[in-house]
Design a binder for this molecule. Structure first.
Ligand SMILES: [Zn+2]
Length: 179
């Protein structure tokens, strides 16, 4: 009969228990205390991590590394934005720009995204559908969607007058009749 929740500690005579324990990770003056799942010894010596336990340790380390590097956005938030859009790290480098390895580097704090990229990723979290829809761009611009957007956003000003004459589809229906 085995109790899966305890095991002998490899470094002392104590028992280890499976559970969650506060750990603090430090990098270049930044530190973060988080809840680390794993095997923890009753005598308080080092714990043992196995399987997905390491993902928590890695995530915590990447967060403090990004803070130390003054990243404008958390690596976990970068990942959340990418997953909201539903793309791989490699694909994200195309969807958001930055190239095939950019997101691997952002999410592991090997590189820090620009302020502009951080803003784009926050936008993706709020409106992932903007980035999921294929071919909002293309050579056939302005698309019906673009024209609608311009009608809504560009009000009566110089740019609006130019747009309505270059692209009549950006004008309201009644304005179009006047010619
Ligand atoms: Zn021990």
């Amino acid at each position: 009969m085995t109790d899966e929740k305890t095991r002998p500690c490899p470094s002392c005579d104590g028992l280890m228990r499976r559970g969650v324990q506060e750990e603090t990770v430090t990098f270049q003056g930044e530190s973060l205390t988080y809840l680390q799942p794993g095997w923890h010894c009753e005598n308080g010596d080092d714990g043992v991590l196995e399987g997905t336990d390491n993902e928590y340790a890695d995530a915590a380390l990447h967060e403090v590394m990004a803070r130390a590097k003054h990243s404008p956005i958390s690596p976990l938030m970068v990942r959340a934005a990418r997953e909201a859009v539903g793309v791989s790290q490699r694909q994200a480098g195309k969807v958001f720009g930055g190239g095939p390895t950019a997101f691997y580097k952002y999410e592991t704090a090997k590189a820090v995204p620009s302020e502009g990229m951080a803003n784009l990723l926050r936008m993706a979290l709020e409106n992932p559908e903007y980035f999921i829809k294929p071919a909002r761009s293309g050579l056939n611009w302005p698309t019906a969607q673009d024209a609608q957007l311009l009608r809504r956003v560009v009000t009566d000003n110089k740019l609006g007058a130019i747009l309505r004459r270059i692209y009549p589809q950006t004008a309201d229906a009644d304005e179009r009749v006047v010619g």
